[in-house]
Design a protein around this ligand. Structure first.
Ligand code: EPZ
Length: 425
């Protein structure tokens, strides 16, 4: 049954909230369990639909999976298939990480092309280039990525044309099983790349340099099972920080790593919000009052401003004083939520082949019926609904449920008034 969120806007968020483990870290680490060849337990998992989709893929391959709300134990020993059908793969982007993992461990993979948020073209040429450099043959005919290791992968030197998160992860997964040494240059530096490297090392792998531009891997080492806890979710943390500022609230976010948040923190400070890092604990406190100033944002790979937070930021900027410009450099179709914000009274225009959005601050947003077009668009609309006068109904919240665990419950615990109800009501 389709559901919607009904937000009664105008409340200020106050109190303490704890972030979940990182969705995008978990999406890389769960397929990596195949490399262990033994059971692994992954803790601090967010309980979101993208994780359910990965669980279904693992079970379809023959893995034994047991789950609590925030942990998963995966036994890969009974895996008897290297095929992921379209019905499973199209549910999320990260299904393609099974290509890297299975290619290395089983020597072949046949995974239907991935789904994921429709935010632009999202090519996979860098993934394929990496697999081929390791000695695989790869084709993408008939909507499937079909890869064959030709008797075994061999370590190589790989230069990425851009620091792609997905390609970095997929090549790390394959290279960890390849014979010999691999060097990957111009890699992504996102916190979840470091988390994956730490997980591979916890299983007995040898991965150095994660978090810098170059990752070095000594492949083919014997791996073993382990228990591993995922890092906090950087994007959920940022979403809550923006929501606190947007509602002119005062929120302490626990379990958050301030060093992962520097680009957002800098922008919130520039706008006139107050951001304090916890002393002696992993926490961030965000406070704001009165009118906030406009800022310009350019999305960039980590440690630049994350593309995943520009949409939530655009809701906050809708009522900032002055004109803000958001330059989305990574994805070509990530301003569609601005059409929905316009229904709430936001003023914006998008130019330069859909990349550059100009937002004119207005005194207030007003409640309206709006539709989420992707995960972070949904988060932006929730923030806009919290800021708006009156009632906002958000449809297609399946996108929000893909990546945020109990978002409305967390916000309600901070004083928001949000109901989840049938979309037909
Ligand atoms: C990951 O997507 C995240 N998804 C995205 O989060 C996030 O927005 C993105 O990284 C950037 O941080 C997951 O981790 C599952 P990329 P990914 O490869 O890996 C181009 C969310 O909301 N490119 O780093 O697909 C690509 O077109 C989601 O949680 C190629 O040209 O992103 C883009 O312009 C949405 N060829 C740029 O690189 C390739 O082979 C960065 O994409 C690969 C990428």
């Amino acid at each position: 049954m389709a559901e919607k969120l009904r937000i009664y806007g105008g409340t200020h968020l106050h109190g303490v909230v704890t972030v979940n483990g990182g969705k995008n870290a978990a999406l890389a680490i769960i397929p990596a369990v195949l490399l262990a060849g033994e059971p692994c337990t992954i803790e601090n998992l967010p309980n979101v639909n993208d994780i359910n989709a990965l669980e279904d893929i693992l079970q379809s391959l023959g893995a034994i999976v047991s789950r609590t709300e925030n942990s998963m134990t995966i036994d890969p020993r009974r895996i008897n298939s290297t095929v992921v059908s379209e019905a499973f793969a199209s549910r999320l982007r990260a299904s393609y990480y099974f290509v890297g993992a299975m290619l290395g461990v089983y020597g072949k993979a046949d995974v239907a092309l991935p789904g994921g948020c429709a935010i632009g073209a999202r090519p996979i040429d860098q993934h394929i280039k990496g697999f081929e450099a390791l000695g695989a043959t790869v084709s993408t005919d008939d909507g499937h990525i079909v890869a064959d290791a030709n008797g075994g992968l061999v370590g190589s030197e790989i230069y990425l044309d851009m620091p792609s998160v997905g390609a970095t992860i997929n090549i790390m997964l394959a290279a960890a099983s390849a014979k010999g040494n691999t060097t990957i240059v111009n890699v992504a530096k996102e916190p979840h790349i470091v988390d994956l490297a730490n997980f591979l090392n916890a299983m007995g792998g040898w991965v150095k340099g994660a978090g810098t531009d170059t990752i070095r891997i000594r492949g083919g080492r014997p791996m073993h099972g382990c228990t591993y806890a995922i890092i906090p979710d950087q994007i959920e943390t940022g979403t809550l920080m923006i929501a606190a500022a947007a509602t002119r609230g005062d929120v302490l976010i626990r379990g958050a790593l301030p060093t992962h948040m520097e680009a957002l923190t800098a922008k919130l400070l520039e706008m006139g919000a107050k951001v304090d890092e916890g002393i002696g604990e992993d926490s961030i406190r965000v406070r704001a009052e009165g009118v906030l100033r406009h800022v310009n944002i350019k999305t960039q790979p980590y440690p630049g401003f994350p593309t995943d937070l520009q949409q939530p930021m655009s809701a906050l900027l809708s009522t900032a004083k002055g004109t803000s410009v958001i330059n989305e450099t990574l994805f070509e179709n990530r301003h569609r939520h601005l059409d929905e914000l316009r229904k709430m009274g936001g003023i914006s225009s998008v130019e330069d082949n859909r990349r550059i959005a100009t937002i004119e601050g207005v005194p207030a947003l007003h409640g309206a019926s709006v539709t989420a077009t992707d995960l972070r668009a949904g988060a932006a609309l929730v923030i806009a609904g919290l800021m708006a006068d009156g009632i906002t109904d958000i449809y297609d919240i399946k996108y929000i449920d893909r990546g945020y665990e109990h978002l409305e419950q967390k916000l309600c615990a901070l004083g928001a008034i949000i109901e989840r109800m049938s979309a037909d009501e």
